[in-house]
Design a protein around this ligand. Sequence first.
Ligand code: AMP
Length: 284
Amino acid sequence: MQVVGEINAIREIVSAKRQQGCRIGCVPTMGALHPGHISLVEECSKHVDFVLVTIFVNPTQFGEGEDLGKYPRPLEDDLAACQEAGVDCVYTPEIAALYPESYDTWVEVGDMSTILEGDCRPGHFRGVTTIVAKLFNIIQPDVACFGAKDYQQQSILRKMVRDINMPIEMIICPTIRESDGLAMSSRNRYLSTEHRQTALCLSKALEMGEQRLKSGETDISTIEQEMLKHLNSYSDVRPEYAVIRDPDSLNELENPQPEMVALIATYVGQTRLIDNRRITLKNP
Ligand code: AMP
């Protein structure tokens, strides 16, 4: 497994592989890898001959007062996990190489970036779409894999790729969970033992939303209120949103429809967690 930090070096490696006829797959991450990330690597390997993982804690997607400084960076462990997963190459760029002092070019998807996560974390998606566009330009992958765990992020990135005609196949992989239902996240390691237990409130509230829809409740805002009430019933839980939306546009819904997505963002203690659940109704 090659580990590369320089833009020119990664370009040379990829172009040599391409000349050999390899299809290139890319899995962008911020490191602190867990089995959710590894599942993306495994899926990616099914579609390409050369899997490249990027590890970069992207400063432009963190807002003021967020956890950029304390975000975990266990590089040695990450490289070992990549090696074990059969990754061909890891790209670990330096901040100064991707954002030199004069840097001032941004890739931004419109309205979809301003709601939900975009509303709670202004500028977040501008940072995400900019870094992913830059990584795509450097690597020029045929395929890229992202997790459904970050539901709005994958919607926005797929839209970016479509809207500006990037020739990249986007593969979205299911959320990997702990055995008790907590969605795996690099941020879970911030949780105290007690808050780790409390964090089950996200998956429970999502399940509750689905149950209420399946049992025939047709008032979406009533169900959203119930999900919020469930979250608020725990001490140290401070929800930012709990909603049921259209799974493609993420727009609000007047009534239940065959395909929906429930999305939650909440603080558990000082840790901000997100989760979501696709909901299918046979007879809405
Ligand atoms: P991150 O390192 O948090 O930026 O995540 C890198 C990629 O891994 C993104 O596409 C995430 O959606 C994906 N990912 C994170 N957690 C999970 C999970 N529990 N299951 C599946 N994919 C995940």
